[in-house]
Each structure stands twice: as structure tokens, then as C-alpha cells.
Design a protein around this ligand. Sequence first.
Ligand SMILES: [Fe+2]
Ligand SMILES: [Fe+2]
Length: 204
Amino acid sequence: MASAREAAEAPAPHPIVEAAARGILPAWAEVTLERRGHIVRVVTLLNAWARAAGVALAERTRWLAAGWLHDALRDAPADRLRPWLPEPRTDWPPQLLHGPAAAGRLGAEGVRDEELLTAVAYHTLGHEGFGTLGKALYAADFLEPGRRFRSRWRAELRRRMPAEIERVTEEILAARLVNLIERRSTIHRETLAFWNAMVRHGRP
Ligand SMILES: [Fe+2]
Ligand SMILES: [Fe+2]
């Protein structure tokens, strides 16, 4: 019989989440070899940060699964992604669909971990509801060392992780907003809401 302490611990992860944390993607994943390299680098960062932050094993399993699953549909054509979107989002360009589609597909298969689903769905845009998992995935996706821009700045941000996760996430988000503004791009409402939530959260 489980002790009271064991009973209070997190429930067992969904089998898809448990497998993903071990690097086994669902059969429906569509990932090129190159993309797999990116995913492995993201997962490597998440694993290092989770260990450095001393998060519990069950929590680390969720971080690793989010890392593996975030781009599970990144190389699928848009017409295979649209049926899995939770709501029709006509303002989302094709390159943003893979997150919500992966989350939709995971939900359809019984994954009920809302924090993980939100992290996967909005890893491109950010989301005001991000907890630590969502911020860690957002940061790891941006900071993984295989990307070829602003290498020194990103290495410095990696060095500050995970201790300064709030500040680092905010700096990444600010840089992305500045980039969008300089290009006179529109800004998705999720990204603006993420910024507002970050700065409100960081206020004394
Ligand atoms: Fe992605
Ligand atoms: Fe990614």
C-alpha cells in the first residue's frame, strides 16, 4: 500500500509523455534528421537546467518530454496540421502551426497535462500562462547552440540559466519583440500577452 507521501506525489505520466522523455517520439511525428539534431540540443539544455535547478524526477520527465515533443510535427505539411488545431486560427502562418497541432494531437491521445500542452503549443509565440516549464522550453528553443545568430549573446544567456530563468526569458522575449518591431511585423496577441505577464510578474 502506498504511503501518504507517495500518494501525494505526481500521477504517473501518460505513456506518450513517458516515452518522449526517453527520446521515443510518437509514430505520427514528422521530423527530419536535421530537426532531430535541434530537438536533441534543446532536450540537452532542458536536462542540464532541470538537474542544476534540482527539480524532482517527475518534473524533469515533463521537461524532457516537452523538449522532444515541441517540434514533433515541425516537418509536416500544413494540410496535415490544420485538422489538429484546437481552434481555427486564420492569422497563423504555416510555420506556427506545428506547436498547436502537436498539442492538439497529444490531447486527442489522452495527454491531460495542461502546462505541458501549453508549453508545446506556444513554444514559438510564448503564452501568458507559461509556468517554469513553458519558459524553460521557450528559452531552450532559442538558446540551443546550433542556431547561428548572436552566438556570444546567446552563450551568455545560457550561462545564466537556470538560475535567472525569469530575467533570461524576459530578455529573449524583448529581443524578439524588438526584432518584430524593426521589421514592422505584426505581433501576435499571445506574444504581447506573454510580455505583459512577464513584466507584471517581475514587478516588486
Ligand atoms: Fe518549433
Ligand atoms: Fe524548436
